[in-house]
Write a protein of this length. Sequence first.
Length: 195
Amino acid sequence: MFFATPFISAALMMLTGVTALPQPEAGGLMGRQSSCPSGSYQYNQTACVACPAGNTCNGGSDTPQPCDTGLYQPNTGSTSCMQTQPGFFTNQRGSTTPFACPAGSYQPYARQAFCYGAPKGRFQQQSGKSFLCATCCGWAAMDTNNVNPVNCTGSTPYAWPNSGDGCISSPTSCTRAATCSQAADGTCPGETIRG
């Protein structure tokens, strides 16, 4: 037969992350609930529970508050959310981790719920970036969400840098680039476009 003693009950609560609510002071109103510590919430008004990841808890509520879009919280027991950094986003409330903007897109600002696609004449080969690269002389990017620029060859071997006009047959006054790829650290081969 098992009997719960105050010591065993306290040990079980510590192991499960649940804490009993403090008892009202003598002379207090009947039925008055004591608040939980910051970073926790009242579960069924009987116990304090650590705030789940993706939420914040001020201790006085019985419901965790989900982090808004553009914010996230990876830890339990939190009282505030973290904002996404440039190059990252969260598009759902209650996020526990930020998402990197995929290749072909970017986000120059913090606390955002989306990424911008690379427009014509610009590209981004890497994920999690806050900037775009301009196309090089002799290379084109004619779509949106461009990951890789196209090497102009054949009857249209020319292209102006940072232009959405595509490959053309008329010679340009710029010097043709042999390659047009980002470095491993994300550095652009030509002009960097921010904001």
